[in-house]
Design a protein around this ligand. Sequence first.
Ligand SMILES: [Zn+2]
Length: 506
Amino acid sequence: MSKPTKTAITPTRAEDYTEWYQQVVKASDLADRSPVRGCMVIKPWGYALWENIMRVLDGMFKETGVKNAYFPLFIPLSFLEKEAQHVEGFAKECAVVSHHRLEKGADGGLVPAGALAEPLVVRPTSETIIGDSFSRWISSYRDLPILINQWANVVRWELRPRVFLRTTEFLWQEGHTAHASAAEAVKRTQMMLDVYARFAEEFLAMPVIKGRKTASERFPGAVDTLCIEAMMQDRKGLQAGTSHFLGQNFARASQIKFQSAQETEEYAWTTSWGVSTRLIGGLIMTHGDDDGIILPPKIASSHVVLMPIFRKSEDRTNVMAYVESLAKELKEKIYHDRRLQVEIDDRDIGGARGWEWIKKGIPLRVEIGPRDIAGDSVYVGRRDQDHQTKVSLKREYFVEEVTQILDKIQQNLLERALSLKEEHTVTIDDKNDFYDFFTPQNTEKPEIHGGFALSNWCGVDECESKIKEDLAVTIRCIPLRGNTPTGRCIYCGKPGESRPVFAKAY
Ligand SMILES: [Zn+2]
């Protein structure tokens, strides 16, 4: 039995945050490496998390009138060429299919053959191919709005992949809507951003800042990109979701036209919006500790693990009967529109069993041995508390209170994340202070430094890119609220135009 004396994960966050992340993913059983670099195998414990994310978000989308559909994986190359900025933005990371079969080569190995007349691009995003459908579905203002979402995989060739955060293939949802007026499309862009922000805070316990991207960070082809930005525990920013107002750019490219009520021919106004499996990376870095991940109960892969303890082999029948009847009772409880998910782990592997569940981040661990049964009680550990903190609760009380206990964990995780964000969000008006703030040597733990700096900006690209060059710090967003400039540009000293959030980011 290996009993960790310090922490379950080495190195700790403070020692090496980047390596901590890799080790946590490994220990949590969320994902496995793939034989293809940049891709990932999502294991059942990780996929259950994604399923819960999908289920909740899907419900939220449908409440706003969105319907699901599915579009092809392959996009004709000519489609991508239609929108100039779009193709420029994605050209460098496209996977291209150029052949349609394999043949035996000269050395006996297989080689691609049957060159396609027009190469196909594996979708990096689907504006162009969905636009093609929209152009045929829409002819009159009466056909609008069209509100579509698809759950799919996309491929963006990634040179420096990191599991969940940046992978060549990832899973996501992409919403695509078409409207008769700019105002309506803008409203939809904002509405979906609000959905993402609410989901992040209420379900992922991940506080976010709603904001607008600068021109240089905008989605290729968009008129306006809104985003939610979260702070990770190493104080870097993570873009957790984006919602784009595409104006009429893609409607022009795909000929999405309609006859207006005044019988004039108009281009539609479109939007697109998405979140991906990157959210799981965000969850790990928002809540994980030096013992592993911590899953917020509302989207946790499972809620409770029951761990029977047998001192003597003759205890087994008795203890298992008790555990199974408790599991049955717990599974009848409803926690936020979902039946309570209960695991029974009766493996006889000593202390390693409890540690596995700690590393996997299950919200509640319950130990049940003959002595607990004699007192009709259970021994409960919460993942948001120290692993040694366990309490003995009467069975009846535990069953009665379990959903409230889960809510308390959910709330506690959100509060912790909120206070981290508040503690490390600072207003900086002096250029030297700004440079100091983002210089790792200024801290005992170089891996963890900086934060969100609210500083004035003149609005000129050059200041933005100089800061990026010097410090690897970018404008994460211009917050939708509270962005009024309070002074001069942090870089050039000219009058500020706004007060964005500056940070290092994933
Ligand atoms: Zn400036």
